[in-house]
Design a protein around this ligand. Structure first.
Ligand SMILES: Cc1ncc(COP(=O)(O)O)c(C=O)c1O
Length: 438
C-alpha cells in the first residue's frame, strides 16, 4: 500500500467525525462545511491521488460563500441599505449565491448575463426570485464580460441606492474564503499543494492566503481556460464557463501562484466524465480542469505530497453540455487528453490551445502581447474561429458547429481538431464596474 492510500484511510475516519451536517434554523447556515473526498488518479490508474473539496455541497456552489459574505459586509458598512437592490454581472454560480443572499437579507437581485447562460440556470435563477438581464452583443474589445459589466453600470445609474458587489475587484470576494481554508485545514491537516480554478481570482487568493498561515510552504497551482486573458494569453471565444476571463480581474493574486495550467474544454469534459464514472463526485468545466491538473500533480510529485483541489460546483448545470454526448460530438469535445501538459517558459511565449503549464506567473497588465497572435490581444469572447476547444485526440471527425452570429447557450465556435499526442486512460465520450461600488 502506498503512502498516499494509507494516508487517505487514516484521515477518512477523522473526516466523518468533522463533517456531520446539521440542523439549520437559518438559511445561511446551510452554506459551508462541505466534505472533502479522496480522488484517485483519474488518468493513468496509478495509486496516487488528491483530496477534493466538494463545494457542490453548498446549495448553489462555491459562490454561496462569497455572495453571503460580501452582502453581509456591505450591509455592515452601510454600502447596502436594508431592502436596496443588488446588481451584478455573473455567468451563473455567483448569481445563485446572490439570489440566496437576497432571500436571506431581503434584497431584490438583478443579474446581468449573456446568451451563453444555460437555460436551466436561467430558469432556476428566476425561481429564486432574481431578475436576469441578458446582453445581446459582445463588447468589441472586452467580449461578453465587458458588455455585461457596462450594462451593470447602466443599471446602477438607473437605480439610486443599488449596490454592485463587483466580484472581480472586491476584496471581500477574497476574504470570504477564510471559512473554506479553515475547513480544509481541519479536514486534512498538512497540505502541500492547493489547486484552484481561476475566474475572478477570489477563491484561489482567499483560500491560499488563509491556508498559508497554517502551512507557510504551501504552493498554489492555478487552473485557467485556454482563450482566457487572466494569465497573459490572448482572449478567444471560450466554451467553458466559471473559470477564465476576457478581462484582468484585480482579485487575482499573481504573486501567490507557483504555476498556472491552461486547459481546453475537451480535456475538461474528459476529466468530468472520468470523475463521474470513477468517483460519482463530479461537476462542470472548472471541476474537470482542476481534476486533470491535480491528478497530474499527484502522479508527478513525490509520494508524500498532499494535494488539495477545490471543486467549485456539482454536475447538474452541465447535463446538456459536458455530459451530453450529442453536444460534445457536435462541438468536437470527445477524445482523450495527452498524458502530460505542454510547457511554456513565459505566459506570452506563444498562444496555447491545449493543456499547457507555465511556472512563470506574471500579472499580464503591461506585458507584451503573445507572439504570433493573429487576433488583437483583447478581442474577448467576440473573437471567432480560434482554437479554444482543442486538446484531445479526436475519436471522430467533428460534425457541424453552431450557427454564426449569436452565442446559443453553451455553444462554441467550430475550429479544427488539435494535433494528436500521447493519450491517457480509456476514451470517454480588472477594475471596477463603471459606476463603481455603491
Ligand atoms: C463553476 C465555477 N468555477 C470556478 C470559478 C472561478 O472562481 P473564482 O471566481 O473564485 O476565481 C467560478 C467563478 O464564478 C465558477 O462559477
Amino acid at each position: 500500500m502506498t503512502d498516499t492510500l494509507s494516508e487517505a484511510r487514516t484521515i477518512t475516519p477523522v473526516l466523518s467525525r468533522l463533517v456531520t451536517g446539521g440542523t439549520c434554523h437559518t438559511l445561511e447556515h446551510v452554506v459551508g462545511n462541505t466534505p472533502t473526498l479522496w480522488i484517485p488518479d483519474i488518468a493513468a490508474g496509478t495509486d496516487r491521488g488528491f483530496w477534493a473539496k466538494l463545494e457542490g455541497g453548498n446549495p448553489g456552489g462555491i459562490k454561496d460563500r462569497s455572495a453571503l459574505y460580501i452582502v453581509e459586509r456591505a450591509r455592515e458598512r452601510g454600502h447596502l441599505a436594508p431592502g436596496a437592490p443588488i446588481v451584478e454581472s455573473t455567468s451563473g454560480t455567483f448569481g445563485l449565491g446572490l439570489a440566496l443572499a437576497g432571500i436571506v437579507h431581503g434584497h431584490p437581485v438583478t443579474l446581468v448575463s449573456d446568451p451563453g447562460l444555460e437555460a436551466p440556470m436561467r430558469h432556476l435563477l428566476a425561481a429564486y426570485g432574481a431578475r436576469v438581464v441578458t446582453v445581446t452583443e459582445p463588447h468589441p474589445a472586452g467580449g461578453w464580460q465587458q458588455a455585461r459589466r457596462l450594462r451593470v453600470g447602466e443599471l446602477l445609474a438607473e437605480s439610486p441606492g443599488a449596490y454592485c458587489p463587483d466580484q472581480y475587484a472586491n476584496p471581500d470576494n477574497v476574504a470570504a474564503y477564510t471559512s473554506l481554508a479553515t475547513e480544509l485545514a481541519g479536514q486534512l491537516g498538512r497540505i502541500d499543494v492547493l489547486v484552484c480554478a481561476v475566474g475572478t481570482g477570489g477563491h484561489s487568493a482567499g483560500t491560499f492566503r488563509a491556508l498559508r498561515r497554517f502551512h507557510p510552504d504551501l504552493r498554489l497551482v492555478g487552473v485557467d481556460s485556454v482563450g482566457s486573458t487572466i494569465f497573459g494569453q490572448p482572449a478567444r471565444h471560450r466554451f467553458m464557463r466559471g473559470l477564465g476571463s476576457s478581462i484582468h480581474p484585480r482579485n487575482v493574486d499573481y504573486a501567490a501562484f507557483s504555476e498556472v495550467h491552461w486547459v481546453a474544454p475537451a480535456e475538461a469534459v474528459w476529466a468530468c466524465r472520468r470523475l463521474a464514472a470513477m468517483r460519482y463526485a463530479t461537476g462542470g468545466w472548472s471541476v474537470g480542469a482542476v481534476a486533470l491538473v491535480a491528478s497530474w500533480l499527484a502522479r508527478t510529485s513525490p509520494g508524500h505530497t498532499r494535494i488539495a483541489a477545490v471543486f467549485p460546483d456539482g454536475p447538474h448545470r452541465y447535463a446538456e453540455t459536458v455530459f451530453n454526448d450529442d453536444y460534445c460530438a457536435a462541438h468536437g469535445l470527445c477524445g482523450t487528453p495527452a498524458a502530460d501538459p505542454d510547457r511554456i517558459g513565459h505566459p506570452t511565449e506563444r498562444e496555447v490551445t491545449r493543456w499547457t503549464r507555465c511556472a512563470n506567473v506574471l500579472d499580464p497588465v503591461g506585458l507584451p502581447a503573445v507572439q504570433g497572435s493573429v487576433v488583437p490581444a483583447v478581442q474577448g469572447d467576440a473573437a471567432r474561429g480560434n482554437s479554444a476547444r482543442g486538446g484531445v485526440t479526436q475519436e471522430a471527425p467533428v460534425p457541424g458547429g453552431p450557427a454564426p452570429g449569436g452565442l446559443p447557450p453553451g455553444s462554441p465556435t467550430p475550429e479544427g481538431p488539435e494535433p494528436g499526442s500521447p493519450t491517457l486512460g480509456d476514451p470517454a465520450p480588472g477594475g471596477s464596474v463603471s459606476g463603481g461600488r455603491r
